[in-house]
Design a protein around this ligand. Structure first.
Ligand code: GLN
Length: 335
């Protein structure tokens, strides 16, 4: 048999095994359980997001040891990454400038406030509290190296391509809409400039921020991105390093304490995983050393987190014993 034949047979056997796995059955059941949920509202601050299908729903899990990908529902639908990007841009800023310098520009303290809160900067330093709220994410975008705007964007896209294993694209209409209506983010940037926390090229910085938010991903992409962080910064499917090992812990720590905005404390209590959500309906959650979860479901709760995404992650965390403070006796692996 040719090598290709062996590969095909291997794929087929894998598919049969995956189709028959109890975990896949459980994932299908979770999907069926939460699809009828009618709570939450699709983001409507720009018309492009308001058009999202409230019934689009996908759950993807990537196991880093077996490198298996489990998917149910709309796992190939593209949507804008929005604030999920903030965690990964934080990683790139750390690679560009190192921990000490990044900490002079943005802190690591949860705010307990909404993601787009305007007024809160840290007392003496005037740092935004953390890179997961808009103020901190804009300050972090300002740190991305590159000789001009296209070069910076290119580096951002290249970084995401290492995480997802394909070239990402930008939703041009979401980007244009964010840019023309982003008065609140513009005001935040001006406030940061006023306190000497941003250089004066605000348009360029905000452009990069709006572009990073408009990158299109799928639920599967979010699961692979989470699995990459779970795997010490190496994409478990491609074997490519996406983030220097020394910064994985920093990125995960901030996701852990601040990734779900002013729901972060309750999320920790219930789910216990580093995670990041976005107003496009995406949610990525990391079980370090074990697996990555990606969920897509556009209806959001009042804090801006995907309603089905939160529910599914809580159920998966309980099922597999993923909470970082769970007892090893409760751990199990998908398969
Ligand atoms: N583009 C959005 C904004 O800046 C992202 C917010 C989010 O996903 N929470 O307001």
């Amino acid at each position: 048999m040719s090598d290709r034949g062996n590969d095909d047979l291997g794929d087929l056997l894998r598919q049969v095994r995956v189709a028959a796995s109890p975990f896949r059955t459980r994932l299908n059941a979770l999907y069926e359980d939460y699809l009828p949920v009618r709570e939450g509202r699709v983001a409507d601050y720009i018309p492009e997001l308001a058009r999202a299908d409230p019934d689009a729903f996908g759950i993807a899990v990537v196991d880093i040891k077996s490198r298996e990908v489990f998917e149910v529902g709309s796992c190939s639908d593209l949507f804008t990454i929005q604030s999920v990007s903030k965690a990964f841009i934080h990683g790139l800023a750390l690679e560009d400038y190192g921990r000490d310098h990044v900490l002079t520009r943005v802190g690591v303290e949860p705010t307990g406030d909404a993601f787009n809160s305007m007024i809160k900067l840290e007392g003496q330093s005037h740092r935004p509290h953390n890179p997961m709220v808009n103020a901190g994410a804009i300050a972090t975008a300002a740190l991305i190296k590159g000789e001009d705007s296209p070069a910076k964007l290119k580096r951002v896209l290249e970084m995401f391509s290492r995480y997802i294993g394909r070239e990402p694209t930008i939703d041009a209409s979401v980007y244009t809409s964010e840019k023309t209506t982003g008065h609140r983010n513009r005001a935040i940037a001006h406030l940061l400039l006023n306190f000497g926390m941003l250089p004066p090229n605000l348009d360029e910085i905000l452009d990069l921020y709006f572009q990073q938010c408009s990158i299109m991903v799928t639920a599967k992409d979010l699961a692979v991105m989470a699995a990459t962080l779970a795997n010490g910064g190496v994409n478990p499917l491609s074997g490519e390093r996406a983030l220097a090992a020394e910064y994985v812990q920093d990125v995960l720590s901030v996701m852990f304490s601040c990734g779900m905005y002013d729901f972060s404390g309750e999320w920790l209590y219930r789910v216990g995983l580093p995670a990041k959500s976005g107003v496009g309906g995406g949610l990525t959650a990391v079980a370090p050393g074990r697996l990555g979860i990606g969920v897509f479901s556009p209806p959001l709760d009042e804090k801006g987190n995907s309603v089905r995404g939160v529910a599914v992650c809580e159920a998966l965390s309980q099922d597999l014993g993923l909470h970082v403070f769970s007892s090893p006796e409760t751990w199990s692996t998908p398969g």
